[in-house]
Design a protein around this ligand. Structure first.
Ligand code: HBI
Length: 100
């Protein structure tokens, strides 16, 4: 079942509750760059997020170099941003602020 793309209003409201995430210039994805103390913490974050992505059946586009993880979320099946992207971004923010 294809999720509906969020309206501009829904998107604005969702982003207001998503610290540090931004709308990509084409407005078809949301992005955030996470910074950690070292590679081990960055990869631990990615491992936790990978399991969440599997559970949500919604997967990030991400790039990691050492202690940095750049994330882009979009819903390919819907051609834009859906509630699934907001759900995964919220879960990622929570995972990034959890103590070791
Ligand atoms: N993850 N971010 C993202 N976007 C999708 O459209 C998507 C996905 N994970 C799995 C998935 N789609 C499949 O369920 C469909 O392609 C069949």
């Amino acid at each position: 079942m294809r999720d509906a793309k969020l309206s501009t209003e829904e998107l604005t409201q969702a982003l207001a509750k998503l610290p540090d995430w931004a709308l990509r210039e084409d407005e078809a994805a949301i992005t955030r760059s996470f910074r950690f103390a070292n590679f081990r913490q960055a990869f631990a974050f990615m491992t936790e997020c990978a399991l969440m992505a599997e559970k949500l059946d919604h997967h990030p586009e991400w790039f990691n170099v050492y202690s940095r993880v750049d994330v882009t979320l979009t819903t390919h099946d819907s051609g834009g941003i859906t509630r699934r992207d907001i759900e995964l971004a919220t879960a990622m923010n929570r995972a990034s602020s959890r103590p070791d």
